[in-house]
Design a protein around this ligand. Structure first.
Ligand SMILES: NC(=O)c1ccc[n+]([C@@H]2O[C@H](COP(=O)([O-])OP(=O)(O)OC[C@H]3O[C@@H](n4cnc5c(N)ncnc54)[C@H](OP(=O)(O)O)[C@@H]3O)[C@@H](O)[C@H]2O)c1
Length: 309
């Protein structure tokens, strides 16, 4: 019998997997592992699934959280900091193996290249290698860049600051944007499949690659402005963002700046038909998400923040 344990089920991606999984399998076949069980969402609480405590930072909780399940969805730790991510992921993989019941780990990696120099990808590359070496059956799912996260890639875009110049470091390139709900459904279908994805690294992407320049045109149309992309040295990009009220610390901004050479290199531009085929319908486009996020009168920095973590 297959029994699933899902991490990150309160988060943007994991909550979508949780929903789509419960549409397809009985609640009695699903365990949710939360680092803070009292933060379970109403959807989790009303579903009837078993809720257990599993904190990446407290490895002894992970083995008991995963015990008895056969398939683990390991949602990557939400940070771009390298060390804490690698430690968290390795602790979860070790705990899964220790249970003796987990037979297959599904790891949510990211849609950059396997030899990427982007800081955000380094912990994923390390975790992918650790998982492959572990000997347990795995599927590495390189999740495409969220439609909803476009502000991060678009110079930390804030429509309320009134500036028409969007500063990014290095160069532009295509991104095969994809929405979280489609990723959640696709990830669920991969987890439910019998053996098709055993010991594979797969890419779930959108159906179209859209550059940041083209994104500027799309956004301009929606909000009635004339946004232009300006490529500036990293120093200027960092200085520009440090000035913002909710700015990241300088070291994280510098790390994030390494994302842009990778985009220019085309690492996020690959369009893979797999997700479209799994879902059997067209995927939600970046245009539709932009309209939802920016088209209404309440489009505000707050609204973007809510979507664009
Ligand atoms: N593909 C993309 O474009 C993209 C964009 C942004 C992020 N990501 C990455 O994709 C992954 C999933 O993203 P997401 O959007 O679902 O992130 P998210 O909304 O921040 O969700 C993260 C999940 O991890 C849980 N979590 C936090 N600390 C934990 C801990 N110590 N132990 C166990 N669980 C913990 C959170 O629980 P609480 O809700 O209780 O805090 C939440 O359920 C993250 O690694 C994120 O950085 C991908």
């Amino acid at each position: 019998m297959v029994k699933y344990v899902v991490t990150g089920a309160t988060g943007a991606l994991g909550s979508r997997v949780f929903k789509h999984l419960l549409d397809r399998v009985p609640a009695s076949d699903v365990i949710v592992s939360l680092y803070n069980p009292s933060g379970a969402t109403p959807e989790i609480l009303s579903s009837g699934v078993e809720i257990r405590k599993g904190d990446y930072a407290d490895p002894k909780t992970l083995e008991s959280a995963f015990a008895g399940a056969t398939k683990l969805l390991l949602v990557s730790y939400p940070s771009i900091a390298y060390g804490i991510r690698v430690t968290s992921h390795e602790a979860a993989i070790d705990a899964a193996i220790k249970t003796g019941t987990i037979q297959h780990i599904y790891y949510t990696s990211l849609a950059f290249a396997g030899d990427s120099k982007a800081a955000v990808m380094q912990a994923h590359i390390e975790t992918e290698a650790y998982l492959k070496k572990s000997g347990i059956k795995y599927t590495i799912i390189r999740e495409g860049i969220y439609n909803e996260s476009f502000p991060l890639y678009f110079g930390s875009f804030d429509p309320m600051d009134g500036k028409d110049e969007v500063l990014i470091p290095d160069g532009d390139g295509g991104i095969a944007w994809v929405c979280r709900d489609d990723l959640g459904e696709g990830t669920t279908k991969v987890m439910i499949a019998e053996s098709e994805f055993d010991n594979k690294t797969i890419l779930l992407s959108g159906q179209q690659s859209v550059t940041l320049t083209s994104l500027a045109q799309k956004i301009s149309k929606i909000i009635g402005r004339n946004l232009t992309l300006k490529i500036v040295p990293v120093e200027e990009y960092v200085k520009n963002n440090l000035g913002k009220s909710d700015s990241w610390p300088e070291s994280l901004l510098r790390d994030w700046a390494t994302t842009f050479p990778a985009i220019k290199r085309g690492e996020c531009a690959t369009v893979d038909p797999l997700l479209r085929n799994l879902l059997g319908r067209d995927l939600k486009t970046i245009d539709e998400t932009l309209e939802e996020m920016l088209g209404s009168k309440d489009a505000s920095a707050q609204n973007l923040k809510r979507y664009g973590k």
